[in-house]
Ligand binder design. Structure first.
Ligand SMILES: Nc1ncnc2c1ncn2[C@@H]1O[C@H](COP(=O)(O)OP(=O)(O)OP(=O)(O)O)[C@@H](O)[C@H]1O
Length: 254
């Protein structure tokens, strides 16, 4: 399988502190790739650098063979790369449905003007979007809360809305930053099932997660990041048995 995304020698620093120190890794199309590493290793920063939130100081991000280093997030979304955040972002007063619609609007050719003018074409497009939002909610088993404000949702449901938001962009690759963190075990299981289903539908997934049982169950390969560098890559058992990985975790985490 080909690399859908490759990161080469990526570096990024804040105020003189080097956080990413030459990261190299690839995400093969069709995989659920796990990205693990001790707290502070730079995993979220790496997602931010890939998804255009932070501009790297050096190195390259290639998406489907194109150099997309430093492209703004909305341009990457149009190329099929979407990320989610650890803490669901959003507008507290909007309903789940309105959230999904809003993110569906940020699509190629979907100017705000087109959405506001009530031409037959704009109305048709709005109807299509509404259907897509309802289907997305159904797919994530959120239909029963679709008209509720996001503030009224449980932590786990908010995580599902965050995934739904990403799905509205018809992604080819989703970067998920701890989508199960802080969620009760049965909902974490449900989210895991959704990820497997999305992957079955052809979406490539890269997942940051601290729960090793979930990583073992869902991810192959697993990439380990420590102190801003990729340490090793392999299947879960290979990675877990690696002395360097054990040392990285022992040194800083357990
Ligand atoms: N905007 C920022 N400004 C300054 N330092 C930052 C910023 N974002 C992250 N850092 C620093 O970069 C380092 C890596 O943080 P990051 O959140 O990427 O780690 P992580 O591997 O995702 O950790 P965790 O598993 O705990 O979420 C940390 O030392 C953090 O304090």
């Amino acid at each position: 399988m080909n690399a859908l995304l490759s990161v080469r020698d990526l570096t990024l620093g804040f105020y003189g502190a080097q956080i990413l120190r030459g990261v190299d890794f690839s995400i093969r199309e069709g995989t659920i790739t796990g990205l693990i590493g001790p707290n502070g290793a730079g995993k979220s920063t790496l997602f931010n650098a890939i998804s255009g939130l932070y501009r790297p100081n050096g190195g390259k991000v290639m998406l489907a063979g194109d150099d997309v280093t430093g492209l703004k997030p909305h341009l990457l979304v149009r190329r099929g790369l979407v990320r989610t955040f650890q803490l669901a972002r959003g507008f507290p007063k909007l309903s789940v449905f309105q959230h999904l619609m809003l993110y569906g609007l940020d699509q190629p050719g979907e100017g705000l003007a087109a959405a506001l003018f009530t031409s037959p074409a704009a109305r048709r497009r709005e109807q299509e979007l509404a259907e897509k939002a309802l289907n997305t909610a159904r797919r994530l088993r959120l239909s029963h809360v679709v008209d509720n404000p996001v503030t009224a949702l449980s932590g786990g449901q908010k995580k599902l809305v965050e995934i739904g938001r990403a799905l509205m962009a018809d992604p080819r690759l989703i970067l998920l930053d701890e989508p199960m963190a802080g969620v009760n075990p049965s909902l974490a299981d449900e989210i895991a099932e959704h990820l497997v289903a999305l992957n079955g539908d052809g979406i490539t997934v890269c997942l940051i997660e601290h729960d090793m049982a979930l990583i073992k169950r869902l991810c192959d390969p697993v990439v380990v990041l420590a102190e801003g560098k990729t340490l090793v890559e392999g299947n879960f058992d290979e990675v877990a048995a690696d002395p360097e990985v054990q040392e990285a975790y022992l040194g800083t985490r357990r």
